[in-house]
Design a protein around this ligand. Structure first.
Ligand SMILES: Cc1cc2nc3c(=O)[nH]c(=O)nc-3n(C[C@H](O)[C@H](O)[C@H](O)COP(=O)(O)OP(=O)(O)OC[C@H]3O[C@@H](n4cnc5c(N)ncnc54)[C@H](O)[C@@H]3O)c2cc1C
Length: 622
């Protein structure tokens, strides 16, 4: 193994260890692009102008330490390569550490065999490209999946599961099921669940099942000699030339997380194998290959609007408070000849893409994972939101102050998943065209109502604006909201006023609300809704509205749909090698997970499988 020498770094750069660089002003350089971001397509340094010196080097350089990065790093190390993981956050894990830890890896795993479940790679492959599976929004989940990518993935999913077991990952001892992530086909139960570490802590910043998936893999990686450069954001991938030649290394910039009220960068939970630097930029030479596992582009407003112009800046990105989906991997790949692929998948209105949740007053309103006050990130997140127990207690209005949907049908995921086929609607038969017509569909879903109606939008980007839950003092009392703790709700996202007119004015001060909401419109909306109480909702058919909204003070809470996954990204082949638009391999460059295109399967399974594939290929093929 080639050792990455810190001394070499210091010798070549003259960087003084421990010198604080730009620290005090940064909350975190590793945040999602969003409000006020500049175009990601502007002038960039020339990626073919190689640095005069390399600060660090490794055989395989992995960018990102989430569901792709950790398995990729271990696999490459197992295959004999020296491995350096470059991660922009203060700790490992990315969205994977915030995830529910539901891992649907099938195709004939040892646990499926243990449970007497029939499955094999061919069945899995046909599931993953089955045109006939349609979800309740009418979105075809697997129809636009790239065949080549899924053929190789189906062959590698069962081995990837055994790889997780070999690398210390602990799953709950229970039968394999098909209930959580629903990311990998319906013909057989395929899902296992990592042990859950309850509550937030330094070990579990988001307090989720994905914590132990990542921590277990991390421990294994560190024991095997994988090295980590945390707090560095990859900005450039260098290639010998734009149209030919290998990738040779990267440049990354220092992005410590310094919480408000502190001066020291936040430290990672484990530290053995960490390279600690704080130079403004570093260059890292990749002797064999670079693997991009940067987690997608849902936090990059300009890039996500390539797929769907409705996805304007007010729409939050799941768990953006922990790690970014800023599209930096994709953009660095495009800059050296790569291209996007499979953008149709990003626009599908399905539960895994844009969700509405019962948590309001917080931009992270992902229903299954909620920050708790013990997270070390609380000073950065500030507010964790409150839960709407029943939408009978509130109405929802758009940026102009008008209702637009039956609030009762908008709880949690807009209308379920294709999993419903398994239990309730006659079962799933692979490839049967009738699958697509068995599930009841809700074509006028919440998302379309919120975004496509687009009322009150205007230049320059015609944003649909935020959506707001509106309720009164009685509604707050019925839901037993405790609004006293300072961490409950964000003052930019939660408003209280004595009159509806004053409430509309306060809503209009939200930094994401570009439309001046009219108090008269909001009052007319509430009065019309009140006239339906105890009878029929003539506008949106909410089942017998129960409570009038009339007792001051009145409240407004942020309740905007949220982007969850990225389903488009860099074009790759089955081996996770990055391809140009013409289909040529960019030698030495690999990508997987949410930063890669061609796979619409939600979540961990495809990311882990692609990390597993890419790590091996990078070390062996280079
Ligand atoms: C709340 C939540 C719950 C979920 N639950 C489940 C579940 O139960 N089951 C399931 O299957 N899926 C689940 N998912 C989805 C799953 O976690 C993701 O699909 C998966 O983690 C994506 O893997 P990835 O490697 O592509 O990205 P990530 O896991 O996000 O890793 C990307 C990493 O790259 C880093 N990075 C980004 N840009 C750069 C850069 N330029 N330089 C250096 N580092 C960079 C990021 O900080 C991050 O650490 C969930 C997701 C969320 C947000």
């Amino acid at each position: 193994m080639k050792k990455i020498s810190r001394r070499e770094f210091l010798k070549n750069t003259g960087v003084a260890a421990g010198a604080a660089v730009g620290g005090g002003l940064l909350l975190s350089g590793c945040t999602s692009l969003g409000k006020g971001q500049t175009s990601p397509f502007g002038a960039k340094p020339d990626p073919t102008k190689l640095p005069e010196k390399w600060d660090l080097e490794a055989d395989v350089v992995v960018i990102g330490s989430g569901a792709v990065g950790l398995p990729a790093a271990i696999r490459a190390r197992d295959a004999g390569a020296s491995v350096l993981v470059v991660e922009c956050n203060y700790d490992i894990g990315g969205h994977a550490i915030t995830s529910g830890g539901n891992v649907p890896l099938g195709g004939g795993t040892s646990w499926q065999i243990r449970d007497g479940i029939q499955d094999d790679p061919d069945t899995l492959f046909r599931d993953l490209v089955d045109f006939s599976v349609v979800n309740p929004q009418g979105a075809a989940i697997y129809r636009y999946n790239d065949r080549e990518i899924h053929r190789v993935m189906a062959d590698n999913m069962a081995p990837a599961f055994e790889f997780l077991l070999e690398n210390k990952v602990r799953f709950v001892e229970q039968p394999v099921d098909n209930r959580g992530a629903n990311g990998t086909g319906l013909s057989a139960p395929r899902e296992v669940h990592t042990i859950w570490l309850d509550g937030c802590s330094a070990e579990a910043p988001a307090g989720a099942g994905g914590t132990m998936l990542c921590r277990d893999l991390e421990v294994s990686a560190r024991e095997k000699g994988v090295q980590f450069l945390l707090n560095y954001h990859m900005d450039i991938i260098f290639r010998e030339s734009l149209t030919a030649g290998r990738v040779v290394g990267i440049q990354a910039s220092y992005t410590p997380t310094i919480l408000p009220g502190t001066t020291e960068p936040l430290a990672s939970f484990h530290s053995n194998g960490n390279i600690t630097l704080n130079a403004p930029t570093v260059t890292v030479k990749a002797n064999k290959a670079i693997i991009v596992g940067t987690g997608g582009s849902s936090g990059n407003v300009a890039l996500r609007r390539v797929a769907d112009p409705r996805l304007t800046e007010e729409i939050p990105n799941s768990l953006e408070e922990y790690s970014p989906q800023d599209g930096s991997g994709e953009l660095a790949i495009i800059a050296i000849g790569g291209t996007l692929w499979g953008t149709a998948n990003q626009t599908l209105e399905r539960w895994g893409n844009l969700t509405l949740s019962p948590i309001v007053g917080s931009r992270n309103n992902y229903p299954n994972v909620r920050w708790d006050p013990n997270t070390p990130l609380l000073p950065k997140i500030k507010y964790i939101g409150v839960t709407v127990r029943s939408w009978q207690n509130a109405i929802m209005v758009n940026q102009v102050g008008k209702r637009f949907y039956n609030e009762m049908s908008a709880v949690s995921y807009p209308a379920g998943t294709a999993n419903g086929l398994l239990d309730n609607y006659g079962g799933y038969t692979q490839g049967d065209w009738r699958n697509g017509i068995k599930l009841p569909h809700a074509p006028n879903n919440y998302l379309d109502a919120a975004l496509a109606l687009n009322e009150g939008s205007g230049p320059p980007d015609y944003a649909a604006g935020p959506q707001w839950a509106i309720l009164d003092a009685d509604g707050v009392a019925r839901m037993r909201w405790d609004l006293e703790p300072s961490y409950a709700v964000d003052p930019n996202l939660f408003f209280k006023a004595d009159t509806l007119e004053e409430l509309a004015d306060k809503i209009s001060t939200c930094t994401y609300q570009h439309h001046q909401m009219s108090g008269a419109v909001l009052r007319a909306t509430v009065e019309r809704y009140n006239s339906f109480v105890g009878g029929t909702d003539a506008d949106f058919a909410k089942p017998t509205p129960q409570y009038r909204i009339e007792k001051p003070p009145f409240y407004a809470a942020w309740n905007t749909v949220q982007l969850h996954d990225t389903y488009m990204g860099a074009r790759i082949n089955g081996h996770c090698q990055v391809l140009t638009l013409e289909g040529e391999v960019i030698p030495g460059l690999y990508c997987g997970g949410e930063s890669s295109g061609g796979a619409s399967a939600h979540g961990l399974a495809r990311c882990i499988a692609q990390g597993y594939i890419a790590g091996y290929e990078a070390a062996v093929t280079g």
